[in-house]
Design a protein around this ligand. Structure first.
Ligand code: BTN
Length: 253
């Protein structure tokens, strides 16, 4: 991972003044650690990777479990001041999927899927600085990607792994591949918002034209995303724009 840290730093530092890269053998969660640092006043741009997380977190309060060496787990923290934050995590998904492989799809809002199984996930959190609306916030973009195929437990299908797509995949090589386009995407998002990513999301949208069930009990057919990144679902009550981060969605059986 240390050679990778240097390669990432060389590619990203020219885009992000003050940028640093840190690799920890173990931490509870790279997102938790960067949020802790931000609250303690450390708000420089940094990429923090961990060889192992003991308390990885996913969206909706779920855990993100990974074993040492079987996945890439890192967070990028940086100050950002977009005019509109909506769609940020979808834009991150687009950048990561494009950097990984043409077969990687996005399951709204930002899960990475391949061949009908989850390959990775994204957890975006922000911390505020003093300052009103429009002031920069510190964004922590956490990414977890399965690298080594895992055996099924007999009950469930194992999740997808990047090793299924590229046999030679390693966490270090994957980090070097995705970090520079990820930083460029965050900078494009800051200037142009989600509209710069909408068509690219569309091209990888796993749910498009599929029957979906939402965690609030409603169901319908997914029709892509709006220019703010809301999922458009055609339900019995008409077209609904689902933007709540609290809603989860799954393809109907
Ligand atoms: C999800 O699938 O719900 C999102 C998973 C995000 C996991 C990554 S691993 C690096 C970073 N640290 C965490 O605790 N979570 C994110």
């Amino acid at each position: 991972m240390h050679g990778a840290a240097e390669a990432v730093w060389e590619a990203v530092a020219p885009l992000l003044p003050g940028f640093s890269v840190e690799v920890l053998p173990e931490v509870d969660s790279t997102n938790t650690e960067l949020m802790r640092r931000a609250r303690a006043g450390q708000a420089q741009p940094i990429l923090l990777a961990a060889e192992h997380q003991t308390a990885g977190r996913g969206r909706l309060g779920r855990a993100w479990a990974s074993g040492p060496g079987d996945s890439l787990t890192f967070s990028l923290g940086l100050p950002l001041a977009p005019a509109d934050w909506s769609g940020l995590s979808l834009a991150v998904g687009v950048a990561v999927a494009e950097a990984l492989h043409p077969r990687v799809q996005l399951k709204w809002p930002n899960d990475l899927w391949v061949d009908g199984r989850k390959l990775g996930g994204i957890l975006v959190e922000t911390a505020s600085f003093a300052g009103g609306a429009g002031a920069p916030r510190y964004a922590v973009v956490g990414i977890g990607i399965n690298i080594v195929p895992r055996a099924g437990d007999g009950l469930s299908t194992p999740p997808a792994a990047l090793g299924d797509l590229w046999p030679e995949a390693t966490a270090a090589a994957t980090l070097v591949r995705i970090a520079p386009p990820l930083v460029a995407a965050l900078q494009a998002f800051e200037r142009f918002g989600f509209s710069a990513f909408q068509a690219r999301f569309d091209a990888r949208d796993l749910l498009r034209d599929r029957a979906v069930t939402l965690s609030d009990g409603s169901s319908g057919t997914a029709h892509g995303v709006s220019e703010t990144g809301a999922l458009l679902v055609h339900t019995g009550a008409g077209m609904q724009a689902v933007s709540s981060a609290e809603v989860s969605v799954r393809p109907a059986a």
